[in-house]
Design a protein around this ligand. Sequence first.
Ligand SMILES: NC(=O)c1ccc[n+]([C@@H]2O[C@H](COP(=O)([O-])OP(=O)(O)OC[C@H]3O[C@@H](n4cnc5c(N)ncnc54)[C@H](O)[C@@H]3O)[C@@H](O)[C@H]2O)c1
Length: 334
Amino acid sequence: MGGHVGPPSTMLPILLVTNGVVRMAGRGSNMKVLVTGGAGFIGSWVTKTLLAEGHDVTIVDNLSKGFRELIPQGAAFIEGDVRDEKLTEWMRGHDAVIHLAAFIEVGRSVTEPLVFAENNIMNGLRVLEAMRKADVGKIVFASSATVYGVPQRLPIEESDPMGAQNNPYGATKVSTETFIVTYNQLYGMDAMILRFFNPFGPNELHDPETHAVPNFVRAVIDKQPIPLFWNGDQTRDYIYIEDLARAMTSVLPLSGLEYFNVGSETGAKTIDLVRTIMDIAGYEVPIKDLGERPGDVPANYASSKKLMAATDWRAQLTLREGLERTYEWFRSRA
Ligand SMILES: NC(=O)c1ccc[n+]([C@@H]2O[C@H](COP(=O)([O-])OP(=O)(O)OC[C@H]3O[C@@H](n4cnc5c(N)ncnc54)[C@H](O)[C@@H]3O)[C@@H](O)[C@H]2O)c1
């Protein structure tokens, strides 16, 4: 790892207040950041973004779901589990933790709730404990729009209430958020809770893959029918992965406890997503109607105005531009 040239810890921080959110001047540049789950889809992009912005990065990933080939050059890599007691040692000397390590597959969370509670909630708590012991004062957490349940209004704002969770994955996100708030209250830990909507892009190699974009893109490339519930009438908020990764790094200079939605601010119907992918490919594949699926939220999209007011973050790519990059990436691997 390169040398750390940030302000010495004895220097008094200069506090700036923008739209009610406290920002520490000078703490945004060259931080030492530990990324859990950095060999995964989102973590690999967050790491790449951090390195490009001049930060030092240590990844902790057990490669249970991640890939060595996704780890960007320039990051220090510890092949390890966040439940390892050595986590406190690994954390020492870092300014912040970006916590992404978790299991993400909703269906598996229903059949194996204990595995999910252990890896997402208990290991999330272990991350907080290791941070406390190693004196790391800032966490950025990968939460999810799922915490809102069935939205009461659109677009969803951060002040909207959390909703009932109909699967253990969602329950693990609510629980981990709650523990993070507790560490903020008890120890003054800075806590940035980011609620992602539907991230998509290159490096998305989940196995099994349950997300719409990679499945649709692969189906089009392989000239296979695309299975669609509700005739593709649901509205979702797709956010391109490089925009999402910049959102995660944009909150590093902030302090206190903050919640931010990360979405594109525009809902897109699933059928329009499919049509755009076919348009990019230049040919059509058949659509297989799967009928209705109980429990699906008909529409879900975010207001990200709070994040835009607190930072200079903006989503830069349109849905089509993001899909073009994603399509090219999957096509080059096919
Ligand atoms: N992908 C999405 O659509 C989405 C949406 C909202 C929130 N999130 C959250 O973002 C985070 C990252 O998601 P992703 O899509 O990149 O998933 P991913 O499976 O690609 O990445 C997760 C990474 O964490 C690692 N990991 C898991 N358990 C670990 C442990 N105990 N110790 C060390 N490493 C461990 C895995 O090996 C993997 O590399 C997760 O917390 C997820 O809940 C993802």
